[in-house]
Design a binder for this molecule. Structure first.
Ligand SMILES: C[S@@+](CC[C@H](N)C(=O)[O-])C[C@H]1O[C@@H](n2cnc3c(N)ncnc32)[C@H](O)[C@@H]1O
Length: 284
């Protein structure tokens, strides 16, 4: 069992520990928004966590974690669960989602697009697959889970300006903004060498948790929880939007990295967001 260690940095709390234990000690209904990306059981080489459990064990474990998350989430809260399958385990995110049906309502299903080709032009990056059976996997899921299914969302705060400005007057919109919809193109920053990569194998870009927080309509002082914090990306998003973040990770080195990133952001306002899961040939 890992002994947990807790520290404060600005308005945020970083906890090194096993989230199953830490969550049990947190007060019920104390969190406004959860944004997290758990291990996907795809055999990713994390430092401490073994990312290759028998599927049944993985699903049971995730169900247990999500039941604890439901307990700490406020009734009007939002839980954004970022997941992906793989060519060898294409059902996994959906298997999990079906199990979560007894805990949550699937209020929105957002597709996070990492790379898209419009006409002949490609935007963003992806990890290429060498296969005669499968196409490259350019997307992940963001499941927006709530307790009731009727949590109001801020469609415009997470939205985009109109391309055709004539829509604003024609349809009597109060502002130049429309709902972005359920496909979010959020590319990773370009990384040209291994050296530029984080010392973490699977992070999301800061813009992803930021978009989730905006969609929930999170306001200053709200509490964000990420039980699988990694190197603290969601805490940086929380800081940018004036939220109080709580991040948990079982790996001391990732917590150290999260502290360093968050401190850099607090001191200099700059984000070290050069992450990647791509190789030279993916750069576009
Ligand atoms: C997909 S990564 C999260 C990356 C994060 N979104 C970021 O941008 O840095 C999953 C993380 O979960 C952590 N982890 C796995 N099992 C855990 C557990 N039981 N308690 C806390 N953290 C755990 C791993 O160490 C890993 O850093």
């Amino acid at each position: 069992m890992i002994r947990s260690r807790r520290e404060k940095l600005g308005e945020h709390t970083l906890i090194r520990g096993d989230c199953t234990t830490v969550l049990r000690r947190m007060p019920a209904q104390s969190v406004d928004v959860i944004v997290t990306s758990p291990p996907y059981n795809l055999g990713i080489e994390y430092r401490s966590y073994q990312d290759r459990l028998p599927e049944e064990c993985y699903l049971e474990w995730m169900e247990e974690v999500c039941a604890s998350l439901k307990r700490v989430l406020k009734d009007g809260g939002s839980f954004f669960l970022n997941m992906s399958g793989s060519s060898s385990q294409p059902w996994l995110p959906f298997e999990l989602l079906v199990r979560l049906r007894k805990l949550f309502v699937l209020q929105n299903h957002i597709t996070w697009i990492k790379s898209v080709s419009v006409g002949e032009k490609t935007h963003g990056h992806f990890k290429p697959l060498n296969s005669h059976r499968f196409v490259n996997r350019n997307h992940e899921h963001v499941f927006h889970l709530t307790k009731t299914g009727d949590v109001p969302v801020s469609r415009l705060a997470a939205g985009v300006p109109f391309t055709d400005k004539s829509n604003i007057n024609r349809r009597r919109h109060a502002v130049d903004r429309r709902c972005r919809g359920d496909t979010w193109f959020i590319p990773y920053e370009t990384v040209r060498s291994q050296k530029e990569k984080f010392s973490h194998p699977g992070t999301f870009p800061v813009a992803l948790p930021e978009a989730c927080l905006r969609l929930h309509g999170a306001v200053e002082g709200d509490v964000l929880l990420d039980p699988f914090m990694g190197v603290g990306t969601s805490l940086i998003a929380a800081e940018r939007q004036g939220l109080n973040g709580i991040g948990i990770d079982m790996d001391t080195r990732y917590v150290n990295r999260a502290r360093k990133r968050l401190r850099t952001f607090l001191d200099h306002g700059s984000i070290d967001d050069t992450i990647a899961e791509l190789s030279e040939e993916d750069h576009v």
